[in-house]
Design a protein around this ligand. Structure first.
Ligand code: PGA
Length: 251
């Protein structure tokens, strides 16, 4: 059966020493009290090696927040999937709405990134979600389906099985405005159905679908109690160990 997962997305926050301290704190907290789910931190590229050395990978998973759409070569400033994998990271967030919105990432680039991540043994945490206008005009299901079809449905069933999905309504990210547990559940059930139509029920049932967008200790339990919500992708609340652990303990 699918895994329950709580993953932190630190975004562009913390210096290396601050990040190492935070990762160590989370690692210690998880050793003291075993989590009922997988726990992952996705950190800036600069932090990967130091954080990998500071944590116990059997307790806390490590991921990057992005990777390049090319394997190697003359792409100044980019960081490739093989580079990320060589740090010991096992996950990579791809297609976050901030990457789509501010850095022009398209489904076409995302297909390249997903392929390179998988080739290098990284599990993509693939983000999808509608903007406020699409929520309000009722096109949100179509928008999310298109993101999944265009970004991922070129994969065979075996590779699709390595994908973790994160539904993150853009209007809920960093705004303090969380989707209701019902809105999240409706969308997650819809997504699972879209997957089942393409790959069958077994693959769909085994896919972890995380919710992201202003998830915090006070609302995590209600969200995670929904049958199709398999955990969370956590931004702001991942930057404080107590808040992050409060969400982990919602399972
Ligand atoms: P937030 O961000 O928890 O700060 O809303 C979530 C995300 O963007 O992954």
């Amino acid at each position: 059966m699918r895994k329950n997962i709580v993953a932190g997305n630190w975004k562009m926050n913390t210096t290396v020493p601050e990040g190492v301290a935070l990762a160590k704190e989370v690692n210690e907290a998880l050793k003291a009290e075993k989590a009922n789910c997988d726990v992952i931190v996705c950190v800036p590229f600069t932090h990967l090696c130091s954080v990998a050395a500071a944590i116990d990978s059997s307790v806390l998973g490590l991921g990057a927040e992005n990777c390049a759409d090319h394997k190697s070569g003359a792409y100044t400033g980019e960081v490739s999937a093989p580079m990320v994998a060589s740090t010991g990271a096992k996950y990579v967030i791809l297609g976050h709405s901030e990457r789509r919105q501010y850095y022009g990432e398209t489904s076409e680039t995302l297909r390249e990134k997903v392929a390179l991540a998988l080739e290098n043994g990284l599990s993509p945490i693939f983000c999808i979600g509608e903007v406020l206008e699409e929520r309000e005009n009722g096109t949100f299901n179509d928008v999310v389906k298109t993101q999944i079809v265009e970004g991922l449905f070129n994969l065979n069933a075996e590779d699709f099985g390595k994908i973790i999905l994160a539904y993150e309504p853009v209007w809920a990210i960093g705004t303090g405005k969380t989707a209701t547990a019902e809105q999240a559940e409706d969308m997650h059930a819809f997504i699972r159905n879209v997957i089942a139509e393409k790959y069958g029920n077994e693959v769909a049932d085994n896919t972890s679908i995380l919710y992201g967008g202003s998830c915090k200790p006070s609302n995590a339990a209600e969200l995670f109690a929904k049958p199709n919500v398999d955990g969370g992708l956590i931004g702001g609340a991942a930057l404080k160990c107590a808040d992050f652990m409060g969400i982990v303990k919602a399972f």
